[in-house]
Design a protein around this ligand. Sequence first.
Ligand code: FES
Length: 315
Amino acid sequence: MDAHPLKLKVRSCAAETPFIRSLVFDVEDGVVPRWQAGAHVRVALPDGGDRPYSLMALPGLPGGALALGVLREEASTGGSQFMHALKVGDVVKASAPVNNFHLHENAAPALLFAGGIGITPILSMAAELTARATPFRLHYAGRAQGLLAFLPHLQEICTRELSIHYDSDESRLDIATALGDAAANCHIYVCGPAGMIEAVRAAARASIPTERMHYELFKAEQPGSPDRPFEVELKSSGQIVSVAAGQTIIQALEAAGLDVLYDCQRGDCGICQCGVLEGVPDHRDVILSDDEKASNKVMQICVSRAKSARLVLDL
Ligand code: FES
C-alpha cells in the first residue's frame, strides 16, 4: 500500500514569522480528503523518510486546498529545510490525513493551550469550536512579539476567546490561573514543546480526569545539542543495530529489515513502548510518568534515544 497516496502541488506560501512558513496545497491526484481538527498528514521527504504536519483550517482557504504551517529548525536533518525550500508549483507526496488528537463530540467547553508551532492543530480546533458554538478559551504562548505565527488568522477566528502570552514580559502564561478560570467540566487540549505539555498535565492532574486531558507533542530538535549515535542490542537475537545521529530507533530497526509496531511517532500514543534490559534511555516522550521515566525499565522507541553507548531492548 502506498503510504503517501496524495500528490500535493504548492499553490501559495508565505512567511508567517522569520521561522514559520505557511504552505497551501492543491490536491493534484485523487479525491480531496476530508479531515477534522487535530488531523495531520505525513509529507514524504527526499531522504525516504516523512514528517507529520498538522492540517490548518485557515480562514479564506480555497475549497479543496490543504494548508500546513512549518517551523524551520536549524538543527533539522532535512524535513523543515525541505519544506521551507518549496516553491509555488512544486509537488510533494503525502499520506492521507490521520487524527490522533480529536476534539470531544459533546457540548462541554474546551481549554486550549498552544506553544510555538503547536498552534497549527490548535488553530483548527478553535475554528471548529467556533463553528459549533462550543465555548472555549485559547492560550497561545511564545517567546516574544513577532514570533507568534498566524495571529491575524486567529484574531479572525476567535478574537474574544484568544489570550496571547509572551515569555519575555509580564503577559507570561500562568497555567494555574488559566486552569482555575476554566469550567469544571472542560476538556483540555495542549500542543507545544514537551515542557509545556508536562507543565499543563502536572497542573491539571488533581482536577481534570485523564479522559478530558488531550495533548500532542511538537518535537523540535534543539539547536546546540545535536543527537549522538548509539547502539541497540535486541535481546531475542543478540543482533546489534546502530542508530545514527539523525535516525530514530524505529528508523534504524526498519532499515535493518525488522518489523516494528508504532503509530504516532511523536511519543504520545504508547504503541511503540519497549522494555529496556540494559543501558540508560534518554526519554523524550510525553506519555510515561516521571516515575516510569526514572525507573528506565521501558521507553518509547519512536522519539527517545540513549544516554549510554548501548541499550539492550526486549525485542
Ligand atoms: S509511536 Fe506513539 S509513542 Fe511511539
